[in-house]
Unconditional design. Structure first.
Length: 590
């Protein structure tokens, strides 16, 4: 017994000591991580910025200290980080070029890919070089990498160039198997978001607008690649029709889609030639993470705020249709914009919008905050991949609006989508109901039955008033007659280039263009930018990345792939606002 107690005591002591040592090492690691995040990267002479196009592109990626601590490669890339890194590489005389390595990369929208490509074109104006290499190129990575001076492909690789297609999901028949249906009330013949739940195929109006914006995006991609690769648009279209992903690699050279076939180990030699160094010399490389810590230009002059509003527009955090995705939370955004309005150091605000819309009520609240802000200082909108429906609602009253050529915008319309589970409850589950009431509509929206004709008429009037308000907001903000807005409204989705023609936007341009315009309207010559809202501290990011629910959601996203969005929508549908101003839910552009 004495020996037993001795061994137990020794074991407990060992566990305690191990815990203390691990805690000390963990603390040292965290302190080191925090310190490294604040340190400045020193750029060596004759360096190369290596841009790895691998992972999921987002408007503004959240940092993941846990991944950095454990040595894992982060899966999310921030558009803001990439564009800013390219600018720094252009301005830093010690960085001689950019090497792009194409991998398993997915862009959130075509407009984001276009923004990266434009930043790379601007980089080339400095006289520096860009080299791209891929074991294989997806259509999106090829579109971005086609800007390179030299474009290399693995001898066994492929270039996926096939055009654009889209798929919509329709789950009415699936839900009917469980005794569930949706009743929809909408304003706008093009307002097709409800069709996912109420139809079994694409309507003629939705097909018309979808084909129009897909062709608009494809036209931009064709023209951009044609200019860079010096291949005619007709030839590029012909290659897409041939599905060149299955062509031989040598034929891709003949088509001028790539310049040379190289194995991975041969690429370093090409980079060394560009750097004009010997074969046995080391290449000084800077990663995207390194570039984040490269010193920026000194902050001189007046401050221009860039406020990022991206994701669904929701009344509260629990209102997001896509679990764990970034959202535009109305009360938080309104509070932030009020603080910017009252901050005398901020001379103008650029509102960066990348949103398919969401809650109509929340959109109106943010519109009000933007209007109040505009009364005190200039507000310029920079549209990202989406600025549609509610995303356009919050943008329409700005002093000036910039759009990317491939932004999806407009979609001026409102709808209500109401689940009816009465058949599930009564027929499938055998639940019986008895109704009592004091007034005619006391049980409005009861679970035991569908809305009747009179109740639907009341909902139609309510949503109609919301649409009239939305339309008036656009008319007032864009200084257009209501009748003219009605002609381009009706829920119609427009691509950026077409939105310019009908005066929904003022100009086609980048976030940089929007910043310059804001400075001009504020009448300041020397200025610098500051991003809002503030990114979470490294500790907040660490605790968020360790959140169990977030991890499970990421695993679900990885497992379901393109089916994650509709699954998450069905899972969270009871959390959303019933009255919506947003795009069709899930347009998979391939």
């Amino acid at each position: 017994m004495k020996d037993f107690l001795k061994y137990v005591f020794a074991t407990i002591t060992g566990i305690i000591m191990l815990t203390i040592v691990m805690a000390i090492l963990g603390t040292i690691s965290l302190v080191g991580l925090a310190a490294s995040s604040a340190s400045t990267t020193q750029v060596e002479e004759n360096s190369v910025f290596t841009l790895m196009l691998s992972g999921q592109l987002e408007e503004r990626a959240q940092s993941n200290p846990l991944a950095s601590l454990t040595g894992e490669v982060g899966e999310n890339l921030g558009l803001d980080n990439i564009v800013n890194a390219i600018k720094k590489a252009k301005d830093n005389e010690d960085i001689k070029g950019i090497y792009i390595e194409a991998g398993a990369f997915s862009s959130d929208t075509p407009a984001s890919a276009h923004a990266i490509r434009e930043a790379l074109l601007d980089f080339k104006k400095s006289g520096k070089w860009i080299v791209a290499y891929g074991d294989s190129y997806t259509q999106t990575t090829y579109y971005i990498c086609s800007v390179a001076d030299k474009l290399f492909l693995n001898p066994e690789g492929m270039v996926d160039w096939h055009g654009l297609g889209g798929e919509m999901y329709y789950v009415k028949d699936l839900l009917a198997k469980f005794g569930i249906k949706f009743q929809a009330v909408k304003v706008g013949k093009y307002k097709s978001a409800v069709e996912m739940m109420t139809a079994d195929q694409m309507s003629n109006y939705d097909r018309e607008q979808t084909e129009a914006y897909l062709n608009g995006i494809w036209k931009v991609m064709l023209n951009d690649v044609s200019k860079s690769r010096k291949v005619s648009v007709d030839s590029l279209n012909a290659y897409a029709d041939r599905y060149v992903a299955l062509c031989s690699q040598k034929e891709l050279i003949r088509m001028k889609l790539v310049d040379k076939l190289l194995y991975t180990d041969e690429v370093k030699g090409e980079i060394k030639k560009c750097l004009k160094i010997d074969k046995d010399e080391h290449i000084n490389q800077l990663t995207l993470g390194d570039m984040e810590n490269v010193a920026d230009k000194k902050k001189e002059g007046e401050k221009i705020a860039i406020y990022y509003a991206f994701g669904e527009i929701v009344d509260s955090q629990t209102g997001s249709l896509l679990s764990q995705d970034h959202s535009i939370i109305a009360n938080e955004v309104c509070k932030d914009l009020e603080e910017l309005m009252n901050n005398d150091d901020v001379k103008a605000v650029v509102l960066r919008v990348n949103s398919p819309g969401g809650s109509a009520y929340a959109s109106e609240q943010i519109w009000r905050a933007v209007t109040n802000l505009k009364a005190k200082k200039p507000v310029v909108v920079s549209m990202g991949g989406y600025a549609a429906s509610g995303g356009y609602y919050i943008s329409c009253n700005a002093n000036y609006i910039y759009s990317e050529p491939t932004t999806l915008t407009g979609s001026i319309g409102i709808f209500g989508l109401f689940p009816d589970v009465s058949q599930l409850l009564t027929d499938k589950l055998g639940i019986k109901f008895s109704e009592v009431k004091t007034n005619k509509h006391s049980n409005f929206g009861a679970m035991s039955r569908s809305f009747n004709a009179e109740e639907l008429a009341l909902l139609d009037q309510y949503i109609g008033r919301g649409y009239e308000l939305f339309r008036k907001r656009v008319a007032d903000g864009r200084k257009l007659p209501v009748a003219q807005v009605e002609e381009i409204a009706q829920g119609h989705v427009w691509v950026g280039n077409d939105a310019l023609k009908i005066k929904l936007v003022d100009a086609i341009g980048s976030l940089d263009d929007a910043v310059k315009k804001a400075a001009q309207l504020a009448k300041v010559k020397e200025y610098y930018t500051s991003n809002y809202p503030d990114e979470p501290s490294w500790w907040e990011s660490l605790t968020a990345s360790m959140d169990h629910g977030n991890y499970l959601d990421e695993q679900m996203r990885e497992t379901l792939g393109e089916y994650y969005a509709p699954f998450s929508y069905l899972k969270n549908i009871n959390k959303q606002s019933a009255i919506q101003a947003r795009l069709p839910y899930f347009v998979e552009i391939k």
